[in-house]
Ligand binder design. Structure first.
Ligand SMILES: [Zn+2]
Length: 83
C-alpha cells in the first residue's frame, strides 16, 4: 500500500498534481484534493495555494461557520423587511 502511494506521489512530482475542488468553504476559499495521490491543498486569505494542515483546516472551518451565520442573518433581515 505504501509502495503505491509513493509511486503515485512520484508520478505527481513528474507530471504534476491533478487538483480538483473537494470542499467549498466560502466564495473565495476552497479546498483541493489531488485525484492521483490524495494531497490536499487550500487557498488562504491572500489567495496563495498552501498545503492543508491542521491550522488551515481550523481556519477554513471557522470561515465556513462565519459564512453560514452571515447567510442566515441576511435571510432573516430579508424576511423581516418583507413582513
Ligand atoms: Zn498528486
Amino acid at each position: 500500500m505504501r509502495k503505491n502511494y509513493s509511486l503515485k506521489a512520484a508520478c505527481c512530482s513528474i507530471i504534476g498534481h491533478n487538483y480538483q475542488i473537494s470542499h467549498v468553504v466560502n466564495t473565495r476559499v476552497y479546498e483541493l484534493c489531488c485525484s492521483k495521490c490524495g494531497k490536499q491543498m487550500t487557498n488562504n486569505i491572500y489567495g496563495e495555494l498552501v498545503p492543508l494542515n491542521d491550522r488551515y483546516s481550523k481556519i477554513n472551518q471557522t470561515l465556513k461557520e462565519m459564512a453560514r451565520k452571515r447567510l442566515k442573518a441576511k435571510a432573516l433581515l430579508s424576511y423581516a423587511q418583507n413582513v
